[in-house]
Design a protein. Structure first.
Lengths: 301, 315
């Protein structure tokens, strides 16, 4: 507690001409100590963050080269190789998830903001908040039972379904909040011109809130991009190229997990490279969102 | 662009649109229903074979087809408790510093960086834990703990590095951003005049924070902690990578263990036999029910404090 070493003003001195009774030394000391403690907590929380990022960049930069983005993994014992198939696989799975999750989430958000200001809306609101907390591994089981068991094999599609289920509640709630920020007067102006309600919602309200809705989608995307647990027994992973949606597919987070568990240095190297690419993707998305939010969510209105 | 006004307004598209949107809203509820249905269906075989006994013993033997979930439940609970013990003081401290003490420019920077902790994927925490945290624990922290606190029995046995303690610490790092961002939100809705009133009575800044702010925000902070607990209970990847995956109940926190989520991650895709798979799904169902209850509780508590306030974006 460096702050304590600073000499405190002498409270008992008779020469001070204060009319308010002075704060006792003990209370001042406690105040200083608690300030110090709370600064200490900030330092303790920031330490792992800096450590993780620093070490990630340090280990990751060294393993990223052209081969990393163009080649598939080499067999054990051979140096080199890359994670091209995992990067493409992740892109495919995330595209499936977004195609399924984004429209459904935005639709649910429109319902909550425009039609759901009642008891039924409250139920949907509560359910989506609660669904946000369902462990991702449980979502994986559901997608397994729903898609893998019926199709009889692991597939990119099953992984996409699992991730889409995770996207919907987040997108629904942010879309709702963004639509509610659009002033009621704008809707009334449209009605006054004789525009029907559905047209107003789509062409006026939703358009005014576009940047906010995109923010919500990006946040949901950033959240699912790094998800590993729901992919473990839906897409399963693959050491080779696969272009079919109904076959096991490699995914970046899965590959990182497999390689991190392995005893081979060369695979550890690839895991760190993959982790760096993944985190760059996610931090990029989150920072872009921050930037848009700071410029005002209603920039388009 | 086509003009908006063309012909007379018909009611039919309006109704169709309204119903389409209602359908989307309904789909969210249906998804939850689907999750419950699938889990109940999938676990039905194991439920019939073991009943309540499934949760009362810790025998996990796929060869003999004898399954009990107690060791996994124990692992989940203990690792979450360790996480909360470490994370709660730290996250409340950070939230208090950001809302009550930090200068304005630092507020933005600190909220952004703590939120960044939440954006790191679980698997990267696990990767870092395997290569940095586990060696650190094995070589430096565990020997010291064993020497000073070994007599409690909590810190005894060989220091492997991997085990319950490592899982608890990595979970703590992962729940800190959740608890601290909720606490921040709750503290910021405490009315300003409350602070001014306490200060005017001659309180120091810490006394103001303790009596004027923290006391008012209690329910919301507890809600945030429970929300963090919900996350810790269901966290999978990072825990699986460092806990050692051994279903046993040991007093020492140095010992490897296993949690409900990590047994699913490890064994689900390799489960042979219907009863084995069904037992795993029953663990999933139990995990789901616990997290649903915990989350619903937390939401209600946070809502009770921030009610009437526009809730902030998830970021």
């Amino acid at each position: 507690m460096a702050s304590l070493q600073k000499p405190l003003p002498d409270m008992n001195s008779n020469s001070t001409m204060v009319t308010v009774p002075p704060v006792s030394l003990w209370r001042r000391a406690v105040d200083q100590i608690m300030t110090g403690v709370s600064v200490l907590t900030v330092i303790l929380v920031l330490t792992p963050l800096v450590w993780i990022f620093g070490y990630l960049v340090y280990r990751g930069i060294g393993s990223i080269n052209l081969a990393f983005f163009t080649q598939i993994p080499k067999p054990v014992g051979e140096v080199g190789g890359g994670m091209a198939n995992a990067i493409v696989g992740s892109a495919v799975i995330l595209t499936i998830a977004s195609l399924l999750g984004v429209p459904l989430g935005i639709g649910a958000g429109i319902y909550l903001a425009e039609y759901g200001r009642n008891r039924y809306g409250d139920i949907v609101r509560f359910v989506s908040d609660v669904m946000n907390g369902v462990p991702s591994i449980v979502i994986g089981i559901v997608a397994y039972w729903l898609v893998v068991v019926r199709q009889k094999h692991f597939s990119a599609l099953a992984g996409g379904v699992a991730l889409a289920i995770m996207m919907v509640p987040t997108i629904a709630r942010t879309t709702e909040q963004m639509l509610l920020l659009v002033p009621q007067a704008i809707r009334e102006a449209a009605y006054g011109l004789g525009v029907s309600r559905w047209r107003t919602t789509l062409s006026i309200t939703l358009r005014a809130a576009t940047s906010g809705v995109i923010t919500g989608c990006m946040l949901a995307f950033a959240r699912i991009a790094g998800e590993t647990a729901p992919l473990l027994f839906t897409t399963l992973g693959n050491q080779f190229w696969n272009w079919k949606l109904d076959q096991p597919t490699a995914a970046l987070p899965l590959q990182i997990y497999e390689y991190a568990k392995s005893p081979f240095d060369e695979w550890h190297r690839l895991a760190w490279g993959g982790a760096l690419v993944l985190i760059a993707l996610i931090v990029g998305a989150v920072s872009a969102v921050r930037f848009v939010v700071r410029r005002g969510t209603l920039a388009g209105a | 662009m086509t003009p908006l006004l063309q012909g007379k307004v018909s009611e039919l598209p309006d109704r169709m649109f309204a119903w389409a949107m209602r359908l989307c809203g309904l789909a969210v509820v249906a998804l939850l229903g689907l999750i419950v249905l699938e889990l109940v269906q999938g676990s039905h075989l194991s439920w019939h074979a073991f009943g309540w006994k499934f949760f009362a013993h810790s025998d996990w033997d796929p060869v003999e087809e004898s399954f009990g979930a107690l060791a996994f439940i124990y692992g989940t609970i203990v690792s979450s408790i360790i996480a909360l013990v470490i994370a709660v003081p730290l996250s409340v401290g950070v939230a208090v510093f950001i809302t009550e003490m930090a200068p304005v420019w630092l507020k933005g920077v600190l909220s952004f960086t703590t939120d960044l902790l939440a954006a790191i994927p679980s698997v990267i925490y696990g990767l870092w834990a395997i290569f940095m945290l586990v060696p650190l624990l094995r070589n430096y922290i565990q020997p010291v703990l064993a020497a000073t606190l070994g007599w409690t029995g909590l810190f005894s046995g060989p220091p492997y590095g991997i085990g319950m303690l490592a899982a608890g610490i990595i979970l703590a790092i992962m729940v800190i951003p959740i608890i601290s961002s909720i606490t921040r939100e709750v503290l910021s809705v405490v009315p300003q005049h409350q602070r001014e009133g306490v200060l005017a009575l001659g309180a120091t800044r810490w006394e103001m924070i303790r009596m004027g702010v923290l006391r008012n925000a209690r329910a919301g902070i507890v809600g945030g902690i429970i929300l963090g607990l919900g996350r810790a209970l269901g966290e999978t990847m990072a825990v699986t990578m460092v806990i050692g995956n051994t279903p046993q109940i040991e007093k020492s926190l140095f010992a490897p263990a296993d949690t409900m989520a990590s047994v699913l991650a490890n064994q689900f895709s390799e489960a042979t036999g219907d009863l084995y798979l069904s037992a795993l799904i029953e663990i999933g169902l139990a995990l789901f029910l616990v997290t649903i209850v915990v989350n619903a509780l937390a939401r209600l508590m946070v809502w009770s404090v921030t009610r009437g306030q526009p809730s902030k974006a998830v970021a």
